[in-house]
Design a binder for this molecule. Structure first.
Ligand SMILES: Nc1ncnc2c1ncn2[C@@H]1O[C@H](COP(=O)(O)OP(=O)(O)O)[C@@H](O)[C@H]1O
Ligand SMILES: [Mg+2]
Length: 207
């Protein structure tokens, strides 16, 4: 029953997108997944409203309540929990990291975004948690760029996930309809990338 925390000090990094898609991929794999939305902007909660009754369920939580909400969700049968966090919120990110089995840090593969990862990397290191960068919204077919970006984040003491969620327009239509790319374009390139990241995450939490 793993808990995955999605953090990044940077807004627009792809946290909520990654959180929703991992939870949806888990549901598709017959897990009972839950998203805990700790962002006061409530983007994941908004998506769930657009989505209607379909799982995954999204609940909100104030940062100090994260651990209690996770325990309660597990009691009620949740088998895969994703905690989405706001940017610039050390307390929410810290509580989420403390409660997590695995921490993912989405990051666009651009110089500004990569530089901003340093503080997020320091936070997870201070808390002694296993964390990986997941590159998001960068160009497809640019292996060299991801190799360089991975090399750079390694100098911050953090490894990158070998699978990438590249920039695909389908994310934008899908979210606006309360869907995921798995539903908007089943079997499409974005869906395949999500499935690769999900499978990789499962391996890293011993599922
Ligand atoms: N892989 C991707 N391809 C295309 N657009 C993306 C991708 N990941 C995120 N986005 C878009 O980027 C914007 C910010 O993403 P979001 O997940 O809300 O970031 P955060 O939660 O870190 O602020 C959203 O409009 C989202 O649809
Ligand atoms: Mg967000």
């Amino acid at each position: 029953m793993p808990t995955i925390a999605i953090i990044s000090q940077k807004g627009g990094a792809g946290k909520t997108t990654l959180a929703l898609h991992l939870a949806a991929a888990a549901e598709a794999a017959k897990e009972v997944s839950l998203i805990i939305d700790t962002d006061p902007q409530a983007t994941a909660t908004q998506w769930a409203e657009w989505r209607g009754d379909k799982p995954p369920e999204v609940i909100d939580s104030a940062p100090p309540r994260i651990a209690a909400k996770i325990a309660q969700a597990k009691e009620q049968g949740a088998t895969f929990i994703v905690v989405d966090t706001p940017p610039h919120a050390d307390s929410a990110a810290s509580r989420a990291v403390e409660a997590a089995d695995l921490v993912l840090i989405p990051c666009r593969p651009s110089a500004f975004d990569l530089a901003a990862i340093k503080t997020t990397a320091q936070l997870v290191q201070m808390l002694g948690k296993r964390a990986y960068i997941v590159f998001t919204a960068g160009p497809p077919n640019a292996p060299r760029m991801y190799e360089d970006a991975s090399e750079l984040v390694r100098t911050f003491g953090i490894e990158a996930c070998p699978y990438i969620l590249t920039d695909r327009a389908v994310y934008r239509h899908a979210s606006a309809e309360g869907k995921t790319v798995l539903e908007a374009e089943p079997g499409g390139k974005a869906a395949q990338e999500v499935e690769q990241v999900y499978t990789w995450v499962c391996e890293h939490v011993g599922m």
